[in-house]
Design a binder for this molecule. Structure first.
Ligand SMILES: Cc1ncc(COP(=O)(O)O)c(C=O)c1O
Length: 319
C-alpha cells in the first residue's frame, strides 16, 4: 500500500456524549484521519488523477491552486508522491500551523493580503487563475469550479456513509467551502433515498445563506472560520441539493469545537465546531428520533495557536 491508498474510508463514529440531550443520534466522519489531516486529501488525489487521465498533467509539471490550506496540504502530499511541483495562493490570515506544514513539505506559497477585495485580479480568489493564464507551464486545479471536486465525493464519501450507516440516515449536515463534499455526497445519498435531507451550514459573513433564502447576493464580511463560506457563487456550490441552511457565528463554531474536545475527546477544527453546532440545532428543532450524519473536515492540531489559544481568542474578541 502507498500513502495515497490510505486516503478515504475514514471512520464514522457516533457522538453519544454531546448529543445526550437530544432524541436524534448524531454520527460524524472523522475526515481529519486522512494522511495529510483533512477531507481535502480526497479531491487532491482524485482531481490530479483525473487530470493525468485526461492528458493535462505529466511528471515534472507544476500545479497551482488557491486554498484555505487543506487542499494545499492534500496536493502537497500528492505532488510529493507523484513528482509534481506545487504553487499555492493562500490568504495571509491562514492558520500558522497550516503555513508551517506547507513549509515543511517544501511548497511554493504565495501569501496574499486577505483584505484585497475578491473581485480584484491579485486577490486570493483570482491570483492563481491569472498566473496560470499567463504561464502555460502552470496547471490550475480550480477546486471552486471543477466538478471533479464534487465527483470525488459522489464516488467516495457518499458511498462510505451509506455503507457505514447501512442506509440508516435521515440528514446530512455540513458546511460549504467549495461545496464539493456536501453536494457530491448529497447527490449519491439522494439517489439512494430521495427522502434524505441536506442541511448546509454557513458562517455569518458568507453569501450562501442569504442567496439560498432570498436569491440575493449580499456583501460578504470577514469571519474567522477557515474552509467554509464564500464571497462569490461558484460552480461547485450546487445549492439545488440543499433542503435547508443554518447560519453560525465564529464564537459558536469555536465554542462548540471546544465542547467537542471536552465531551467527546475529539480535537477538531472550526468547521467541525460549526457542523456539530448545526447538527445539534437541527436535532433540537426536529425533536424526534432521527439519524443525523455530519463531517469533521480537519483536526484541531491546525488551530492550536488560534481556536485553542485563549490569548488569541480574547484578542479577536471571540470569548
Ligand atoms: C476546514 C475545512 N472545513 C470544511 C471545508 C469544506 O469542504 P468543501 O470544499 O468540500 O465544501 C474545507 C474546505 O476547504 C475545509 O478546509
Amino acid at each position: 500500500m502507498n500513502l495515497l491508498q490510505t486516503i478515504g474510508n475514514t471512520p464514522l463514529v457516533e457522538l453519544t456524549h454531546i448529543s445526550k440531550n437530544v432524541k436524534a443520534r448524531i454520527f460524524s466522519k472523522l475526515e481529519f484521519m486522512n494522511p495529510s489531516g483533512s477531507i481535502k486529501d480526497r479531491i487532491a488525489k482524485y482531481m490530479v488523477e483525473k487530470a493525468e487521465a485526461d492528458g493535462k498533467l505529466k511528471p515534472g509539471d507544476t500545479i497551482i491552486e488557491n486554498s484555505s490550506g487543506n487542499t494545499a496540504l492534500g496536493l502537497a502530499i500528492v505532488c510529493r508522491q507523484k513528482g509534481y511541483k506545487l504553487k499555492i495562493v493562500i490568504r495571509d490570515t491562514t492558520s500558522k500551523e497550516k503555513l508551517q506544514m506547507l513549509e515543511v513539505l517544501g511548497v511554493d506559497v504565495i501569501k496574499v493580503d486577505a483584505k484585497i477585495p475578491p473581485e480584484e485580479k491579485y486577490s486570493y480568489n483570482n491570483l492563481a487563475q491569472s498566473l496560470s493564464e499567463n504561464d502555460k507551464s502552470l496547471f490550475y486545479i480550480d477546486q471552486h469550479n471543477n466538478l471533479n471536486n464534487n465527483e470525488t465525493y459522489y464516488e467516495t464519501l457518499g458511498p462510505e456513509v451509506w455503507q457505514q450507516r447501512e442506509g440508516k440516515i435521515d440528514y446530512l449536515v455540513a458546511g460549504i467551502g467549495t461545496g464539493g463534499s456536501l453536494f457530491g455526497s448529497a447527490k449519491y445519498l439522494k439517489e439512494k433515498n430521495p427522502k434524505i435531507k441536506i442541511i448546509g451550514i454557513d458562517p455569518i459573513g458568507s453569501i450562501f445563506y442569504d442567496y439560498f433564502k432570498s436569491g440575493k447576493i449580499v456583501e460578504s464580511k470577514r469571519y474567522f472560520i477557515e474552509g467554509i463560506g464564500d464571497e462569490f457563487l461558484i460552480k461547485t456550490a450546487q445549492l439545488e441539493y440543499i433542503d435547508d441552511m443554518i447560519q453560525v457565528t465564529d464564537k459558536k463554531a469555536f465554542g462548540w469545537a471546544k465542547k467537542l474536545a471536552f465531551e467527546e475527546g475529539i480535537i477538531a477544527g472550526g468547521s467541525s465546531g460549526a457542523n456539530i453546532y448545526g447538527a445539534l440545532k437541527l436535532a433540537k428543532e426536529i425533536d424526534e428520533e432521527a439519524n443525523i450524519v455530519t463531517l469533521f473536515p480537519d483536526s484541531g492540531f491546525r488551530y492550536l495557536s488560534s481556536i485553542y489559544n485563549d490569548k488569541w481568542m480574547r484578542k479577536e474578541n471571540l470569548i
